[in-house]
Write a protein that binds this ligand. Structure first.
Ligand code: ZN
Length: 216
């Protein structure tokens, strides 16, 4: 069975973890715009070079360029049996542009999974994150604490909380995400592509919910 999937959901909902797991399980590529961008830039492709100019100027890479890269990625041979697009598109304009590009191929999306959990849970998950500023190791106060509180297991450096993970910033990020994606999720719902995945539970529980909604 082909699986052409889009995973959406706010920060902290755990969709990246689920995406990696399902993609590995089903042998389909896990595609994120961050990875595509890095690959294109490293390959010095035409699209990559154009994107790099924006990045070097500290600007966001424009939608049409990102859509071109995603469309190019989705027609690679390893996507023949499906793919898992993680966190893209983020708005209706990107979705329409991508659909237009894919119309020439048979690569239309089968399902859009929207991972959701109450804000309090997302805030708790995100505000517990700690990162090592020296080696980049990730920790979580509740689910993955370091052996010595506040200190990196790998290199002994004092752990920090990224400014992005402070509770007030998290609240803002969640509001922005909802505002950006509201129209998009409505659109996928009308097209009967959208499935809600309750992401309140553990990683295993969420994985079970994913399998159920995909009838795997
Ligand atoms: Zn470290």
């Amino acid at each position: 069975m082909d699986l052409r999937l889009i995973f959406l959901g706010p920060p902290g909902v755990g969709k990246g973890t689920q995406a990696k797991r399902l993609a590995a399980d089903k042998g389909i590529p896990h595609i994120s715009t961050g990875d595509i961008l890095r690959t294109e830039v490293e390959a010095h492709s035409e699209l990559g070079n154009r994107a790099k100019q924006y990045m070097d100027d500290g600007k966001l890479v424009p939608d049409d360029l990102v859509v071109d890269m995603v469309a190019k990625r989705l027609v690679q041979p390893d996507c023949n049996r499906g793919y898992l697009l993680d966190g893209f598109p983020r708005n209706t304009a990107q979705a329409a542009a991508l659909e237009g590009k894919l119309a020439q191929s048979a690569n239309q999306t089968d399902k859009v999974l929207y991972f959701s959990a109450p804000d309090e849970i997302l805030i708790k998950r995100l505000s517990g994150r700690r990162v090592c500023p020296a080696c980049g190791a990730n920790y979580h106060l509740e689910t993955m604490p370091p052996k010595t509180p506040g200190v990196c297991d790998k290199c002994g450096t004092e752990l920090i909380q990224r400014p992005d993970d402070s509770p007030q910033t998290i609240k803002n990020r969640l509001e922005v995400y909802k505002a950006q994606t509201h129209q998009l999720t409505q659109q996928y719902a009308s097209a009967e592509l959208l499935v809600n995945v309750d992401s309140t539970g553990t990683v295993d529980e969420i994985a079970d919910a994913v399998a159920r909604c995909l009838e795997l």
